[in-house]
Design a protein around this ligand. Structure first.
Ligand code: NAP
Ligand code: MG
Length: 405
């Protein structure tokens, strides 16, 4: 190759673990480095390095993304007790994604990659359904209790600056039962609404939001009102972008999404987003086709694949056995980061490279070359699957063809 495309400003790269790390390095070596020159700010969040630095490296990486504006992340292990033993760790380090999300105050959007011969389980779905999950509060920061004897439960609020205490009776228990209290904040809901609006405008896709405000008139009603106010402020931008904001009851939203052809950003309250993102991911085929992007209110982006470290494949790989791990979502994490970098830097040749790489990958699958997870759901059916490396090499060949190099 005579001339490499130059990426003007730095991208923060976060390395990860296990099979995801294996494909990560193959992607860089075969799909990126031969064609582009990137100024990388590299953070190794592999489990050993997090352990060695007492997880300081995760915090450093998050601050680096904040500074550069764009990051791209490989899947990482969130250690549990078994992992502590397996890797001889000092402790169960926190989820790196949780740490990074807290520092960037971001919202996560999950978006499927659509490929013609990989039909979704839901026949009507033709365009991506992006799920935006509010990742603060509700049952994820609750206080709960198993009630063991008869007694009265009350909800009490004590104003900081004096004033009258508010007391509401929740229930008088005659026997055993359960109790839960949860909260959210206006600031967090507003940030979430703004991140969703920002992302919908960027993607030029309709924005939907649903709650159960008919039953929960105050709690869910508050979400509806705050979200609606933020959407109202951007009414003109929505019109200009040719997109709409739609509020629905959550059960109606579920029904409408299933009947639709897709093509919306579905903003969800925390629990709804947790559940619905798994439903939508499965509906679109494979975890290997689901990308994820963390967007902060100040417009910082971190791209990644939605899947984990694909540990079962990694153990096979360590035994020296062949693997067929799908590298598409990880590749699209890179193309997402590059395209966004190109947009911010005003370098169309970088955006063009990212788009060309995406097309090359999709064309490879549409030509019948795919990993095993996709072979199982392809239509028209294909008879064979390729190995992890073979897929990346086939995509690289298509990329060279398309770039004419
Ligand atoms: P996973 O790595 O997503 O894998 C679950 C299963 O889904 C795999 O065993 C595989 O099924 C299939 N799969 C996922 N990605 C695939 C791909 N690219 N190609 C082909 N098949 C794929 O989830 P996990 O096993 O629950 O978690 C493993 C580790 O990842 C854990 O330590 C967890 O903490 C971490 N994790 C990290 C992130 C992140 O960093 N964002 C997210 C989730 C999990 P088959 O085995 O049937 O082939
Ligand atoms: Mg879930």
């Amino acid at each position: 190759m005579t001339h490499k495309i130059k990426v003007k400003n730095p991208i923060v790269e976060i390395d990860g673990d296990e099979m995801a790390r294996v494909i990560w390095h193959l992607i860089k070596e075969r799909l990126l480095h031969p064609f582009i020159e990137i100024d990388i700010s590299y953070y190794d969040l592999g489990i050993k390095e997090r352990d060695r630095t007492d997880d300081k490296i995760t915090v450093d990486a998050a601050h680096a993304i904040k500074e550069a504006g764009i990051g791209v992340k490989c899947a990482t292990i969130t250690p549990n007790a078994e992992r502590v033993k397996e890797y001889g760790l000092k402790k169960q380090w926190k989820s790196p994604n949780g740490t990074i999300r807290a520092i960037l105050d971001g919202t996560v959007f999950r978006q499927p990659i659509i490929i013609n011969n990989i039909p979704p389980a839901v026949k009507t779905w033709k365009k991506p359904i992006i799920i935006g999950r509010h990742a603060y509060g509700d049952i994820y920061k609750n206080t709960e209790l198993v009630v063991d004897s008869p007694g009265k439960a009350e909800l009490v609020f004590t104003p900081e600056q004096g004033g009258e205490q508010q007391v509401f009776e929740i229930h008088s228990f005659a026997g055993r039962g359960i109790l839960m209290a949860m909260h959210n904040t206006e600031q967090s809901i507003r940030s979430f609404a703004r991140a969703c609006i920002h992302y919908a405008l960027g993607e030029k896709t309709d924005l939907w939001f649903g709650t159960k405000d008919t039953i929960s008139k105050q709690y869910h009603g508050f979400f509806r009102d705050v979200f609606g106010e933020e959407a109202e402020k951007e009414k003109e931008k929505f019109m200009k972008a040719g997109i709409t904001y739609r509020y629905l009851l959550i059960d109606d939203a579920v029904a409408q999404v299933l009947k639709s052809e897709g093509g919306m950003l579905w903003a969800c309250m925390n629990y709804d987003g947790d559940v619905m993102s798994d439903m939508v991911a499965t509906g679109f085929g494979s975890l290997g086709l689901m990308t994820s992007v963390l967007v902060s209110p100040d417009g910082t982006y971190e791209f990644e694949a939605a899947h984990g470290t694909v540990v079962r494949h990694y153990y096979e790989h360590l035994k020296g056995n062949e693997t067929s791990t799908n590298s598409i979502a990880s590749t699209f994490a890179w193309t997402g980061a590059l395209a966004k970098r190109g947009e911010l830097d005003n370098t169309p040749e970088v955006i063009h490279f990212a788009q060309t790489l995406e097309k090359a990958v999709i064309e490879t699958v549409e030509n019948g070359i795919m990993t095993k997870d996709l072979m199982l759901i392809a239509d028209p059916p294909v008879k064979t699957f390729v190995r992890t490396e073979e897929f990346i090499d086939a995509a690289a060949e298509k990329l060279r063809e398309r770039l004419g190099v």
